[in-house]
Design a protein around this ligand. Structure first.
Ligand SMILES: Cc1cc2nc3c(=O)[nH]c(=O)nc-3n(C[C@H](O)[C@H](O)[C@H](O)COP(=O)(O)O)c2cc1C
Length: 268
């Protein structure tokens, strides 16, 4: 089983050490190959804002750098640890850079069947906001979120006291991730998961003209088929939990149809 850790710290500091703690815990459980991907050692340029990845497809991105290597590593992995220091109450700029370069994945999610772990290291505050964001983007791209690791480490080169690490939390999450990777159980869907699927489906089914890459992707996956229930087959789709999202998506759809036909009339 392959686990990769994508690290957003600009140096091999506290975040790197905390990832190594998790590496030891998960590798000890057996049959795990663990790879570190420190973003500070990778050629990764900032998004230029052209929006071509969304509208025409990711292959239209004008930047040629090592993002493709990171994408290959994610494709091969069973689980990805997204690790970042808390800088100014949020993920680091390097992690944000990666999120922006993969932002089209929010429209065309693909990482179903893979697990994500969020790991954040702070001097004192900001863990909640940072980890919530990691959970949001990883789930948005299709990962199943296995859990978060919260660490407090004072900045290097200061005399601030060290906090004690919660070793049991690291071990518990390593065990949970290991079990999930081994058994790959059906995803238990929350109301929000249904909502995401049905709302996005409603939008992209109407986007053939405006966002062809998104439309074609959704169509090719069978997600626009009348009976489509969720992104992946490996999910427990509770019918009751899907009623409200379906109703709401119907309302969104009708209101979109109205605005689209109005704007077509104005164009004439
Ligand atoms: C630019 C910068 C911004 C920071 N912002 C915060 C912050 O908002 N809240 C906080 O509690 N600690 C903050 N810290 C402290 C780091 O989160 C903490 O030292 C962390 O352990 C650093 O991990 P690293 O060694 O991987 O960089 C900041 C540190 C730096 C360098």
């Amino acid at each position: 089983m392959k686990v990769i850790a994508i690290q957003g710290s600009p140096h091999r500091g506290n975040t790197y050490d905390r990832v190594e703690d998790f590496e030891r815990a998960v590798v000890d459980l057996g049959n795990v190959e663990f790879t570190h991907i420190p973003l500070c050692e990778i050629r990764l340029e900032g998004c230029r804002g052209c929006f071509l990845c969304f509208s025409k497809g990711e292959e239209s991105c004008p930047i040629s750098d090592d993002l493709k290597l990171i994408r290959e590593k994610i494709e091969e992995a069973d689980a990805v640890v997204f690790a970042t220091p808390v800088y100014s109450m949020h993920i680091s700029y390097l992690m944000k850079l990666l999120v922006d370069r993969l932002a089209w994945k929010f429209h065309r999610p693909s990482y179903f069947g893979k697990y994500a772990v969020g790991l954040a290291v702070t001097g004192a505050v900001g863990l909640r906001e940072t980890l919530k964001y990691i959970q949001m983007f990883s789930e948005g791209w299709g990962f199943q979120y296995a859990g978060s690791l919260r660490h407090k480490d004072p900045p290097r080169n200061t005399a601030m006291p060290q906090f004690k690490q919660g070793k049991s939390e690291v071990r518990d999450l390593a065990e949970k991730l290991h079990r999930l990777m081994l058994t790959n159980p059906p995803r238990k869907l929350r109301m929000n998961d249904h909502l995401m699927f049905h709302a996005m489906r409603t939008v992209y089914s109407r986007m053939k003209e405006y966002s062809p890459a998104d439309y074609e992707y959704w169509k090719s996956k069978g997600w626009l088929d009348p009976g489509a229930r969720y992104f992946t087959e490996n999910a427990r789709v509770g019918f009751l939990k899907s009623i409200y999202p379906r109703l709401l998506s119907g309302i969104i759809g009708r209101s979109m149809d109205k605005s689209l036909s109005k704007s077509r009339e104005t164009e004439k």
